[in-house]
Design a protein. Sequence first.
Length: 129
Amino acid sequence: MQAANGAIYMQPPQEWVAFYRPSTEERIVGMWTLCGRNETAIIDATSPDGRATLVYPDGHTQTIVAVDGHYSIELPAATNRNPFGSEGTNAIYPIGGSPVILIEKDDLDHPDAPYRVFMPSALRGAKCQ
């Protein structure tokens, strides 16, 4: 994932999981933070009308509209901070922040998964050994 200054995060502050539901022509993206600060997810809109629905853990929904072809989605900080081993000051957040789900109409033949936008070119095509 790329930072605003162009640097590549070694551990990204957000995690996204996306899939496409062909039966309803919807792209569904689940996202949450991996750190102890609020984050803003910027996602390219693919719906013809630039509208999407956000679904929150408590069940409420919100309609959002893309601005300049992008959705800006506020993600709350992770709160479960635990030391790992001898780490005290650099404790990790083993449980991410509260998730947000984006659902939008997407009638593309082959939807682009959002991670492709942020994947460093050096990792494209890399294979695990």
